[in-house]
Design a protein around this ligand. Sequence first.
Ligand SMILES: [Zn+2]
Ligand SMILES: [Zn+2]
Length: 143
Amino acid sequence: MDRSVEGGCLCGGLRYRLHEPPVRVGDCHCVDCRRASAAAFVTWGVVYRKDVEILSGDLRKVRYAARLRSFAACCATPLFFQDAQDSTTIDVTVVSLDHPERFAPEVAIWTEDRLPWVTIDPHRRTFLQARKLSRKLPGSRGE
Ligand SMILES: [Zn+2]
Ligand SMILES: [Zn+2]
């Protein structure tokens, strides 16, 4: 069965395919994600880097605070986040997927940075800073 999902940027110039759907999904309220997206928070999904295929277009990579953020070179849509160029896993902006409705966030992280007018679903697990994982993904450094 083909489990792949696709997404892309605002203008359609950059398209990507994930050969496996995101394994974990969470909202990040940290200041850096907010600034990088100019949004109140960002919903990220974790995938293995090997499962990410760029189908068209180019990425503009921005290194900031020792992290690597990738935007569509054509229209600057925020797409990916990783700890390092060679990181095992990569975070993808779930809302750049063609069907983000399938991938609801389970957690909210960095809620100590949350804007006061953002309400978090009380059913969601929250973390003041990074998510503490009881079980890391194989090969992952965690978040
Ligand atoms: Zn574009
Ligand atoms: Zn963040």
